[in-house]
Design a protein around this ligand. Structure first.
Ligand code: SF4
Ligand code: SF4
Length: 139
């Protein structure tokens, strides 16, 4: 860069307002198509597990509580998710979406990255299944 050009840029930038934001004190609205945390609607889920099979990061597990009654739980390993949106493409029933509001996802430990989605009664049952499996030394 020529010295004259550089000085011109410096001079201009002295009079321009900074374009940086004072985040987190000032926030602009997130774009509508921002790829944030996955959300899951269990009501339409058929348990086909396509989301799980197609996820390149192995970030989704579908746990079947009762297939006939269409009772499933989704375990979302958020720390593995690359936000590629393949699971949304794969789900033919529109169960999975990405939140444009939940995107400040940093944490100091792994606990918030293990997300369980489902109806309350199904989550309780899935928890009981896991607790039983952990207690059983033959598993
Ligand atoms: S967004 Fe991509 S990486 Fe994340 S769960 Fe869906 S398919 Fe897997
Ligand atoms: S692809 Fe959709 S319907 Fe199939 S298991 Fe995943 S969330 Fe459920």
């Amino acid at each position: 860069m020529k010295l004259g050009t550089m000085l011109g840029d410096v001079w201009q930038s002295l009079w321009k307002k900074p374009i940086t934001q004072k985040y987190p004190f000032e926030r602009i609205e997130a774009p509508e198509r921002l790829r944030g945390k996955l959300t899951w609607n269990p009501e339409a889920c058929t348990g086909c597990a396509l989301c799980n099979k197609d996820c390149p990061a192995d970030a989704i597990e579908i746990i079947t509580i009762d297939k006939k009654a269409k009772r499933f739980v989704m375990q979302y390993h958020m720390d593995r998710c690359t936000y590629c949106a393949q699971c949304i493409e794969s789900c033919r029933f529109g169960c999975i979406e990405m939140s444009d509001e939940q995107w400040e996802l940093a944490a100091t430990n792994k606990v918030p990255f293990e997300v369980s989605y489902g109806r309350d009664e199904d989550l309780a049952e899935a928890l009981a299944i896991f607790a039983g499996a952990e207690a059983d030394p033959t598993e």
